[in-house]
Design a protein around this ligand. Structure first.
Ligand code: ZN
Length: 240
């Protein structure tokens, strides 16, 4: 069940209106539900949290999506989208906020699946959740665009960390933004190397961002992720 609670600040309330008018959380839930069955209904609630966050709460079986997080990404994308008329820049930022919001919901959906089905995960659960999000994003062109928004966001955050604006925290349970950036590019490329050939840095394509030696392994990385999650979720998958 999707709920939008009133935003507690003007900025949060503006995000509530945007997300609700565009049915952002509803469409993320519909996409996830179309592919993977849950043992029972869970809640997906947008609200003011007092922090930039999104999380799975196993007690209430709720995915919480904080308006503050959408605000933070809106500000980040506003800085990134500098081309075109004002209307085009606003539109691009709106699209990116929709994209990253889907990616965030799918990541939290990964935590929900691990928790509800008590799935065995080796390695970091945060990476497993990113991998599940990748699988939900890689299947069709609309969601692939959403994945690109997430990649752009992590790229910008990684750059801030590199420049010392935001401290990278190796003790955090998530991989570093720079690692999430390269993982997300690698896995999206790996899902369809022909379509994403342009991201690979080669002598002939110096603008590529994915180093060639990593790129060579990405199709196998994607297949491994697909197979692992496919095995774990096999009883619950709605499509083969
Ligand atoms: Zn997480």
């Amino acid at each position: 069940m999707v709920t939008y609670e009133p935003g507690e600040t003007e900025e949060d309330e503006a995000e509530r209106q945007f997300l609700e008018a565009n049915e952002v959380l509803e469409s993320a839930a519909t996409h996830a539900n179309s592919l993977i069955g849950l043992p029972r209904d869970i809640s997906l609630t947008a609200l003011s949290c007092g922090e930039e966050n999104a999380f799975w709460d196993p007690e209430s079986e709720t995915i919480a999506f904080c308006y503050e997080l959408a605000c933070a990404y809106r500000s980040l994308f506003t800085d990134l989208n500098t081309e075109g008329s004002e209307a085009e820049r606003v539109r691009a930022t709106d699209d990116d906020v929709i994209g990253i919001s889907n990616s965030v919901v799918f990541h939290e959906f990964g935590h929900a699946l691990i928790s509800l089905y008590d799935l065995p995960i080796t390695g970091r659960e945060e990476d497993a959740a990113d991998q599940l999000a990748t699988l939900l994003l890689a299947g069709d062109s609309l969601h692939q665009e959403y994945a690109v928004s997430a990649i752009e966001a992590w790229g910008a955050l990684a750059l801030s960390a590199e420049q010392g604006d935001v401290a990278a925290d190796p003790a955090d349970e998530h991989s570093l933004d720079s690692q999430r950036y390269f993982n997300a590019i690698c896995w999206l490329y790996g899902s369809d190397p022909a379509a994403y050939q342009g991201v690979v840095a080669t002598d002939g394509n110096p603008d590529g961002v994915l180093p060639e030696d990593r790129a060579a392994r990405c199709p196998a990385e994607f297949d491994q992720i697909d197979q692992a999650w496919g095995t774990l979720l096999e009883p619950y998958l709605k499509t083969a």
